[in-house]
Design a protein around this ligand. Sequence first.
Ligand code: SF4
Length: 321
Amino acid sequence: HSNILEVKNLVKYYPIKSGVLQRTVGQVKAVDDVSFTIKKGETFGLVGESGCGKTTIGRTILRLTEPTSGKAIMDGMDLFEMQPRNLRKIRPKLQMIFQDPYSSLDPRMPVGEIIGEAVREHSIVPRALYRDYIKKIMKDCGLRSFYIDRYPHEFSGGQRQRICIARALALNPEVIIADEPVSALDVSIQAQIINLMKELQEQRGLTYLFISHDLSVVEHISNSVGVMYLGSLVEKASTKEIFGKPMHPYTKALLSAVPIPNPDKKMKRTILEGDIPSPANPPEGCKFHTRCPNCMEICKSQEPVFKDHGNGHYLACHLYQ
Ligand code: SF4
């Protein structure tokens, strides 16, 4: 498999403004030097607590938010350098699915219109084939094709997320960025949507950037995983490594909070204490040191380097350096 999306040294800072004159008094380091690659047809899971910057990463790749610096290379082209006109051309190839299937569908539009709007705009199929094309996509996403003229309020949450997936899929994307796509759904429905995404991935060779706070969901769908804390990746490895041999204290803490179905895989429970520090004023040294159960003196002053510990298992922690 070749790399389809390469994010290199992505940085996104937001200015903090204050006073009547709205002077810049500081900056929030929402994303601080994040790099990862995704192979074609695979899924990279990005996990972390809310506010860790994972959503910002998705939004900058799509240029919904402008990055401060870095590169996002897709098919050999840097998305961050692209002019709006070229960006529009490449847009069908790079689609997004959002968390909330309720607010991301226009209530005044029938489903066929919702799915078809961009299909028409980008002339994906000839006019005469348009309705059949939409019906086929709906069927592929587990929706009955005779629902084509119904409105969003007539569907359940799970069905609405299927509509959102159908809308993305209708443009024949290569990469889909899914930001918490099942978090708003009942647990029983979550598995259905994840399975649908996996099926579609196999059938169409799709690549996913799957963003979630929920490790058990990420384990189910990802080939490799990146764990984020306060704007930076702290650990990155294959899914097997992350879940089988987690190394970073933060990853371990996150994992110990997940109920383990297999009692042989017992792990000591670490309860994360304290709140997540503000990204406007992150701790010195290792950003996790204020909550880390293994914190040492060096952690308070020196930032650990994010580096490969073998087998592509990347880690930023003084315990291993
Ligand atoms: Fe904990 Fe230190 Fe490792 Fe940071 S560098 S995770 S504080 S042990």
